[in-house]
Design a protein around this ligand. Structure first.
Ligand code: G3P
Ligand code: CA
Length: 280
């Protein structure tokens, strides 16, 4: 047999082995997840549908239109972000500036509430005041998960957020979120009955020893849960609930996976899809 023929038959013999190895590499994580879900299931009885930024997939984020849409879709909670104007009004907007989400420019902290009201936050919507969102949630009977953004920019924002929630008598239906866990500790010192929800980013793969011992709800990024599926069960063993939020992997398959891994709630941009998965 010529050298060329020998090499070609060798290549043909190697091909199935390479394909077999690839198949095993692909199947191992699948088997791992299926076994994990089977061993540690079943999923939480009634997972909470949480509209992230009100559910920005189809409506302008963090607006009353988004919140109303989420409520109509059966959301249990509204997730949103809180910043403060130059004249001390708490407003619901994600970024420190109005540039991305409105037709205006500049930092929220440098502008009055009256000026913010003149801006278009998308489809003619306004930037809502925190108080307006509490009122809407209360009327609809849904919970709220305000996230305190940029606390360094807004001295005393923890006490102010708490005061507005208590004024509306809505503490029982509120979870205050932040990546700044010291801020949440401060909230608990001000109001031990408050429910705080520490947020965790991708770099924090272990929730075993949360800094805030009394936190009953932990909010890890979905990407973390995929990399470390044990974290939800560990949190459950400590008597905590887990509400998962997503970075870039908010897909129906990943929603199903995190639910199978025991998530107590999912914060999603697309509440309609999750409502469908939950049969609402
Ligand atoms: O609440 C979790 C999530 O909202 C944090 O990310 O940037 O959407 O506020 P972000
Ligand atoms: Ca948020």
């Amino acid at each position: 047999m010529s050298d060329r023929k020998k090499k070609s038959s060798l290549r043909k013999r190697k091909r199935p082995r390479v394909l077999g190895c690839l198949l095993i590499i692909l199947l191992v994580p699948v088997i791992y997840y299926v076994l994990y879900a089977l061993l540690y299931g079943p999923r939480t009885a009634s997972p909470q549908l949480i509209a992230h930024r009100g559910g920005r997939a189809t409506t302008p984020e963090n607006t009353l239109a988004a919140f109303r849409n989420a409520i109509a879709l059966g959301a249990d909670w509204l997730e949103f972000d809180v910043q403060r104007t130059s004249d001390g009004v708490l407003v619901v907007i994600h970024d420190q500036t109005v540039d991305r989400t409105t037709n205006g420019t500049g930092r929220v902290v440098d502008q009055t509430y009256e000026h913010l009201l003149s801006l278009d936050a998308g489809q003619g919507e306004k930037i809502p005041a925190f108080k307006e969102v509490i009122t809407l949630a209360k009327e609809a009977g849904v919970g709220i998960l305000p996230e305190i953004k940029s606390p360094d920019l807004y001295p005393g924002i923890d006490a102010q957020v708490l005061a507005e929630i208590k004024d509306a008598d809505y503490l029982e239906h509120t979870g205050i979120q932040s990546f700044d866990h010291d801020l949440l500790e401060a909230v608990l010192r001000l109001e031990p009955q408050a429910r705080v929800c520490p947020l965790y980013g991708l770099w924090q793969l272990n929730l075993k020893n949360p800094q805030i011992n009394s936190a009953k709800t932990l909010c890890p990024m979905g990407e973390m849960v995929v990399l470390n599926p044990w974290m939800i069960r560990q949190a459950h063993q400590q008597g905590r609930q887990v509400y998962v939020w997503f970075g870039v992997i908010e897909r129906p398959l990943v929603m199903r996976l995190t639910l199978a891994l025991g998530a107590d709630g999912l914060m999603v941009d697309d509440p309609a899809t999750l409502a469908g998965l939950l049969g609402r």
